[in-house]
Ligand binder design. Structure first.
Ligand SMILES: [Zn+2]
Ligand SMILES: [Zn+2]
Length: 274
């Protein structure tokens, strides 16, 4: 479905660079142990894969950090990428939850600008608590996505490589829009980076890799906890040459599917019986 012809000449290279940027710029480790998780934001992964029949994604954004909406390519809506990937994790299970993902800005919430240059995981959690009245339930799972200006702060310094974080043990994800916007001046590429980052961070909050859902095959990267050894999978952590990236992006472009998870990760969630 993603057709190379939709990209102007030379864009493919930018897309590869952007993907390189994204794959180096993720952090699933956006939680230090000193940050206590409030009870209303504790994520119940076993319930997610046993009793939950409705998954709702809630999105809020600061002015200037609006998520991309509309189409990513031709008639494919941006947010259908995330929706397809969440659904893919549950495909073939006895209970396939209904998945609600917003697609227009009017379905997302604009929050006042916080004017923060940096964000710690605690500040991200506090903002989520401020914006949403979370009601954890064994039947309806809510995921909270914040689009923020500024940068993630790790080890007392802003980290200019981190595009997105998932706060471990919670259904909270933050996307750092300034990094998305600087990843490419080509709108389609930046849109791809944004959705791929969302899919990656959702992978973490939904238990990948060995982050609540036990792996059924040997694909946990020993060097990078919670990441996948399959370089064609969105959960891969890339730290070497560009050839793997080329392969990943080529696969995305050639594929008939919007699903970015590799078979090993899909196998983990599809066969998980808590
Ligand atoms: Zn990650
Ligand atoms: Zn994988």
């Amino acid at each position: 479905m993603i057709d190379e012809r939709d990209f102007p000449k030379g864009t493919l290279f930018s897309l590869i660079l952007a993907a390189f940027f994204f794959l180096n710029g993720c952090s699933g480790e956006g939680h230090d142990d000193s940050t206590a998780i409030p009870e209303t934001l504790a994520l119940d992964i076993p319930a997610l894969y046993s009793t939950v029949d409705t998954i709702t994604v809630l999105v809020a954004y600061e002015p200037g950090a609006e998520p991309f909406t509309g189409t990513i390519l031709r008639d494919i809506a941006c947010w259908s990428v995330l929706e397809s990937n969440i659904k893919a994790l549950f495909e073939g299970r006895d209970l396939e939850p209904d998945v609600y993902v917003p697609s227009a800005l009017s379905e997302m919430e604009e929050i006042p600008l916080k004017e923060q240059d940096t964000w710690t995981s605690k500040e991200v959690l506090d903002l989520a608590l401020d914006v949403w009245d979370a009601h954890p339930s064994g039947y309806e799972a809510e995921f909270f996505v914040l689009f923020l200006k500024g940068y993630f702060k790790s080890e007392d310094a802003p980290d200019y490589r981190i595009i997105g974080v998932s706060i471990i043990g919670t259904p909270v994800i933050a996307i750092f829009k300034d990094i998305i916007l600087s990843s490419s001046s080509i709108p389609q590429v930046a849109r791809f980076v944004e959705q791929a980052t969302l899919v990656h961070e959702f992978g973490h909050v939904m238990g990948l890799v060995n982050n609540g859902v036990p792996p059924v095959s040997d694909h946990l990267d020993p060097e990078h906890p919670r990441h996948c050894t399959n370089n064609r999978c969105v959960m891969y952590w890339v730290n070497e040459g560009a050839s793997d990236m080329t392969e990943f992006v080529r696969l995305m472009i050639d594929s008939d599917s919007l699903v970015m998870f590799g078979e090993e990760c899909l196998e983990d969630t599809r066969s998980y019986l808590p």
